[in-house]
Structures are given as C-alpha cells and as structure tokens.
Design a protein around this ligand. Structure first.
Ligand SMILES: [Zn+2]
Length: 306
C-alpha cells in the first residue's frame, strides 16, 4: 500500500501515510488496540472499470502521459501497484465492517475522493469509494453513507453517478456523501445538520454502513485547509462517533463503521497530521469501543517545528 520513495517524488505524503501512521501509533502506545488484517487481494482491471473508462485505466497502468499523472503525482510501477492495494483496502475494510459490525474497520488510506471517471485529480487516482460501494451494493445490496471531513469537497461519488448508472444512487443515496460547507462555527453547524439527517436514515434502516474519512487538511493550519481549529476538528470526531453510538443504543445493534484517512499536508510538521489522525482514532476507541484512552494530539502552529 505504501510508495517507498515517495519523499523524493511528491509534495503529498499520502502515498506513504499508511506506514507513517502505523509507526506513529506504535510510538504513541495506541497500536495495541489495532489488529492488522492481511490476505486480501489487490484490485484488478475489472474492479477499476466499475468507476473508470478503459482508456484511463489502461493508460494509467501502462504509465502513459497525461493519464498516468493526471492525479498530480509522479508515476512509477510501484506507485501503480500501490493503488491496487489502497483501493482494495477500502473495499475489504467496508466489507469486513458489514460481516463483523462489532469491530470498527480501518483502512489507513487516501487518494480516492477527487478522481473522476476519465482521469485522476488532486492527488487521487481512482474512485475507491465508488468502486467499493458499487461492489457491495451489487453483491450484498448494502447501502452506504460517507462522512467526508477532508478539507476539500469529495467529488468522486457525485462525478461518477452518471457513469456508473443508477446503481450508485442506490449504493450511496444522494445527500449521503456528506461534505460540510463553511468554516469554524458554520462548518460545525452544517455538519450537525447533515449528521441529523444521517442519524434519521440509519435509525430508519435506510443506510447499512458508514464510512468516516477525517482528513487532516480540514485543519486551519494545514497548507491546503481552512475549516477547523484543533478543538473544532476533534469536536467533529466526537459528533460523528456520538451520533453512531446513539443509533446503536436505539437499535440495540452495532452499526458497520469504517474509517479512512484522506488528506493532510503539513510540510513544516507532518507529525501534526499524524497527531490529528491518532486523536480521531483515540476518540473512536473511547466513544465507540468504550475505552478510556488519554491521548492529547500535539498540533503545532505553522513554522514552529517540533
Ligand atoms: Zn483534501
């Protein structure tokens, strides 16, 4: 899942984030709460064709410009291989959450939500969310919702609706690719309204699974973000997990929940990005799993390198 020479190739560190975050969780003492699942297969050409044209898929894997660099990342055979795994990781995580809803699934991945049927965009290569949800709808009739708190609008689901045919509207109903608007109090207020709508639909049984992607670039000190202070960013996590817990208490059963990472670009202090992600995971462990972990993320002001 990880691009080995990413540091010398790309501005975005997301292609190496799965490994960086795992190392960070180990150093922070949080890693013992995670079980790594292996043995799942990377995606093949047919999987990518669910959400993309054959021309784009074939050109990307053959390393043919401009398609192979439309994501804004340097192409290499190893990077092309890694996206087969990141996209499959998200799918298998959601599938696992449906099969074992008592366990929160976590795909430590990024690089999906700006991809379009005909090209990549904004550090995103393929529409992992679209592929995962279409497969799960067609195989299991499972209906999903995405809470996308990356700092940037996740266009891949909306852009793929026409290309994917009517199934995507059934797999991820319109309105449930949740991307709040505004900054600070308005962002929180908009998230609250959208979560209320999701809570009603989950309670009514209209949504089967939730995928929460808390991108660290919705933090105001991220180079590419503006929305939330540290306190507000963590409050968003608490709002999401508390809503899930309320539904679980009401329905008296666990809601299939999957987490993913998405953006985060602090080039002055990447540890701030990892601290935010770890802070979100600790809140999940406390609210959803009933633990009492004390973890205070350290997010430095820009320019104050640790
Ligand atoms: Zn972003």
């Amino acid at each position: 899942m990880v691009l080995n020479d990413n540091r010398t190739s790309n501005y975005s560190r997301s292609p190496e984030k799965p490994r960086l975050l795992r190392d960070f969780l180990k150093a922070s003492g949080l890693y013992s709460h995670f079980n790594e699942i292996g043995g799942w297969a990377p995606f093949n050409r047919e999987d990518f064709l669910l959400a993309h044209t054959a021309e784009y898929v074939d050109n990307f894997f053959a390393g043919i410009p401009h398609d192979c660099v439309s994501n804004g990342l340097k192409w290499s055979a190893q990077f092309a291989d890694s996206v087969r795994y990141t996209n499959a990781s998200l799918y298998y995580a959601i599938k696992s959450s449906l099969e074992d809803p008592c366990t929160v699934a976590f795909s430590p991945t990024s690089g999906f939500h700006h991809a379009r049927p005909y090209c990549g965009s904004g550090f995103c290569t393929f529409s992992g969310q679209v592929i995962a949800s279409l497969k799960l709808y067609r195989d299991k009739r499972a209906v999903g919702a995405y809470i996308d708190l990356d700092g940037h609008f996740g266009n891949s689901i909306e852009d793929a609706r026409e290309f994917a045919g009517g199934d995507l509207d059934l797999a991820v109903p319109p309105g449930f690719n949740i991307n709040p608007e505004g900054v600070h109090a308005r962002y929180i207020s908009d998230l609250r309204d959208r979560l209320t709508m999701l809570e009603e639909e989950l309670t009514a049984g209209g949504i089967d699974y939730v995928v929460f992607c808390h991108g660290a670039d919705s933090h105001e000190w991220d180079q590419l973000g503006s929305q939330c202070s540290t306190e507000e960013w963590l409050e968003c996590s608490k709002m999401v997990y508390s809503m899930i817990r309320r539904v679980e208490s009401h329905l008296r059963r666990p809601i299939p929940l999957t987490l993913a990472l998405f953006g985060g670009y602090r080039d002055d202090d990447y540890d701030s990005v990892l601290n935010l992600h770890a802070g979100d995971l600790a809140i999940c462990l406390n609210i959803i799993c009933g633990l009492k972990i004390s973890f205070n993320p350290i997010v430095l002001k820009p320019g104050k390198k640790s």
